[in-house]
Design a protein around this ligand. Structure first.
Ligand code: PGA
Length: 260
């Protein structure tokens, strides 16, 4: 199925036992039937992927993994590859989340390798970029996101880029309750779209879906998505409860309709 804005993905991180995951996915699927205008994606932990897949399979809700290894197979104890994700029913995979960059040493080159691996197996990358608080204070935000895009997308041809989702997630806003203001987020989203235009041309950059992530809640979703270059959300904390996640989807649909 083709991606479409508004695009709202829930990143469950290291939460949700299998029974909890099944309950949450069931509630989201049920609510999604009345929200066909949005692309809704759930990213459970690896352990719950195949059970959640059974629940979303017959619905429009899509499944994402939170990470993958850059090789297709081999002796990499504890790792999961793109072909295995595809097999588990994943249409998407989150790549280069700031928590992986910060705590697990992921680099732009590693992100690049993972993007290629995902694309080769037909799993669509949701590529995360964003500056740390120190980088923002030093006025390096635009340079950082440009560098992350450049490194992550190196050698990725237009046909690989086209299905891809980009997520701008300022590290200082993730899990902190400190959301970027709509204007702060828009400034960076516009910069990202400019970079993508230089790289892939006007049309592809215009249609690219650029998500915002970092303390998105029902209360701030409408104002953020009303900005021109914000096409959806990557939601952490507020995606762990069906009610708040679905409310964010509703707000996103409302804002998208108004700005169209
Ligand atoms: P948060 O996380 O919504 O809890 O800030 C966002 C993310 O890490 O994707």
């Amino acid at each position: 199925m083709a991606k479409k804005p508004p695009f709202v993905a829930g990143n469950w991180k290291m939460h949700m036992t299998i029974p909890e995951a099944k309950d949450l996915a069931t509630a989201v699927v049920r609510a999604s039937m009345e929200l066909p205008e949005a692309e809704i994606v759930l990213a459970p932990p690896f352990t719950a992927l195949s059970e959640v897949f059974k629940i979303v399979e017959e619905s429009a809700v899509q499944l994402a993994a939170q990470n993958l290894h850059g090789e297709d197979r081999g002796a990499f104890t504890g790792e999961v590859s793109a072909p295995l994700l595809k097999d588990a029913g994943c249409q998407y995979v989150i790549i280069g989340h700031s928590e992986r960059r910060q705590f697990f040493g992921e680099t732009d080159a590693g992100v690049n390798k993972k993007i290629s691996a995902a694309l080769k197996s037909g799993v669509i990358p949701i590529v995360c970029i964003g500056e740390t608080p120190a980088e923002r204070e030093r006025g390096e935000t635009m340079a950082v996101v440009s560098r992350q895009l450049e490194g992550g997308l190196e050698g990725i041809a237009l046909e690989g880029f086209e299905p891809m989702i980009i997520a701008y997630e300022p590290v200082w806003a993730i899990g902190t309750g400190k959301t970027a203001s709509p204007a702060q987020a828009e400034e960076v989203h516009a910069h990202i779209r400019q970079d993508l235009t230089r790289r892939y041309g006007n049309g592809p950059a215009e249609y690219a879906i650029i998500l915002y992530g970092g303390s998105v809640k029902p209360a701030n979703a409408f104002a953020l998505l009303s900005e021109k270059n914000i096409d959806g959300f990557l939601v952490g904390g507020a995606s762990l409860e069906a009610e708040s996640f679905i409310e964010i989807v509703r707000e996103a649909i409302k804002a998208y309709k108004e700005k169209k």
